[in-house]
Design a binder for this molecule. Structure first.
Ligand code: AMP
Ligand code: GLY
Length: 431
């Protein structure tokens, strides 16, 4: 790939996922200068943080021209759903953006669009119907045909908070009213998808596609709730494990043939102009994979365990995704387990303090710390968000990888530090 030498690269985002990208990309001989908008204290170790918001398209364009950026990697969904790919590719000749078009990103940006896509392409998903304010009475009737618990989804992006699982019909009707009539999630809940509840264990799968070909990345399981045993409030993710022991050959064969291949074929058929990552949020419902959601990006904290297992040069893969040549790439995956444990600020996901000094980095070993809510202040590293640092470790044994992640989470100190102590514990039973 000599043609692509001396390339300046810009990553968009501020979290641990973007720290992983920066860490991995800095290892590529194809990358000359790396910038992160706006990054954190972790990304600053691998490139230059710039103070531009990932949704400030105009400033991103000006920066890309000034610094001769050739590849842009959007980390989070907001810029993708707002159309960063179409915008930059129209405004700057020859720039490559490793993400889907605005239309393609609707697979994440609109739950209704995603469900219609799945129905059209015969991809297994929960039974559903979509409603607006003017059809609220039909929505109540539809709820009456379902059994508890009831799943209500705001159609648009709602910062991960737009899905409500309601225990009773009364609660479901009340929330539906709040969403449709009282704009509970603003514009995002002008439409609401109501769907059947599926019981099963969840799994995150990932592909990198050029719209026609794809490479399958390692699967992962994330732990979303704040409390031990998956209890309490939802968070941005408290830890993750890859590979996932219950995702055996038989199950993954079904995932590939019933979900991944039909999705990529559907993307091509519907001309969604899709490149970059696609995230399949799946549930194992009675031994069969069903799609719970699509995301137009990598997952967080899944990236912290998926990318460290990928042996390939990530820049090479992303360029192949942008130039429709992924058929020429062969993905190489480490056999080892990767685990990550997130340390978070006390109180998160509700109120928490910021600006707490983080110490103990010099004692860390056998792990890679990926920063999320951290920043530098007067030569110190301090907390700046709810999720602070994820500690990733690799080992041939799942238990030993977990022990390394836990040792690191224990070693680092900051006031109010909290982490779950049961990440991956459920998976040990499958070994
Ligand atoms: P989503 O934002 O669509 O991923 O939904 C958030 C979470 O809600 C998922 O990770 C699941 O835990 C849960 N969920 C969503 N849809 C369903 C469903 N149909 N059945 C059971 N759980 C669901
Ligand atoms: N871990 C789930 C997500 O990134 O949406």
């Amino acid at each position: 790939m000599a043609y692509f030498c001396n390339m300046n690269i810009l990553i968009l985002g501020t979290g641990a996922r973007e720290h992983v990208f920066a860490w991995k990309i800095s290892q590529s001989p194809l990358c000359t200068k790396l910038y992160i908008a706006s990054g954190n204290a972790g990304t600053a170790q691998y490139g230059t943080n710039i103070n531009i918001s990932p949704t400030d398209f105009e400033s991103i364009k000006v920066f890309c021209i000034e610094k001769n950026i050739e590849l842009v990697i959007p980390g989070n969904e907001d810029p993708l759903v707002l159309g960063i790919t179409d915008y930059l590719e129209k405004e700057i000749k020859n720039i490559k953006v490793a993400g889907p078009s605005k239309k393609g990103a609707q697979l994440e940006g609109s739950k209704d669009f995603a469900k219609e896509f799945m129905i059209k392409h015969n991809i297994p998903t929960a039974r559903f119907s979509t409603f607006t304010k003017s059809t609220i009475n039909q929505a109540y009737q539809f709820l009456e045909t379902l059994n508890a618990p009831y799943v209500l989804k705001a159609d648009g992006l709602a910062a991960g908070k737009g899905v409500l699982i309601c225990g009773s019909l009364e609660e479901a009707k009340k929330n539906l009213y709040e969403m449709l009539e009282n704009n509970k999630f603003g514009k995002a809940s002008e439409k609401v998808v109501i769907e059947e509840f599926l019981t099963g264990i969840e799994l995150s799968c990932f592909a990198l596609t050029d719209g026609k070909n794809y490479v399958l990345l390692p699967e992962a399981k994330d732990y979303k709730r704040i409390g031990e045993g998956d209890t309490g409030l939802n968070t941005g993710g408290m830890g993750a494990v890859s590979p996932v022991p219950f995702a055996n050959k038989t199950f993954m064969y079904k995932v590939v043939n019933k979900i991944i291949k039909p999705t990529i074929a559907g993307i091509k058929k519907d001309k969604l102009n899709y490149k970059g990552f696609i995230f399949f949020g799946l549930i194992n419902y009675m031994g069969e994979p069903y799609v719970i959601e699509y995301n137009a990006r990598m997952g967080d904290p899944e990236t912290e365990v998926v990318i460290p297992r990928v042996e390939n040069d990530l820049v090479e893969l992303l360029l192949a995704s942008c130039t429709k040549s992924l058929d020429k790439c062969k993905i190489k995956i480490k056999k080892e387990y990767a685990t990550t444990v997130f340390t978070v600020s006390g109180g998160y996901p509700e109120e928490y303090k910021k600006g707490m000094e983080i110490t103990g980095f010099e004692y860390l070993k056998d792990c890679i710390p990926f920063h999320a809510g951290t920043q530098e202040s007067d030569g110190k590293i301090v907390t700046s968000g709810g999720r602070v640092i994820a500690f990733t470790a690799l080992d041939n044994s799942l238990l030993d990888a977990l022990l390394k992640s836990y040792k690191a989470a224990h070693t680092i100190t900051f006031q109010g530090k909290y982490y779950r102590t049961d990440i991956g514990k459920d998976l040990l039973d499958y070994l």
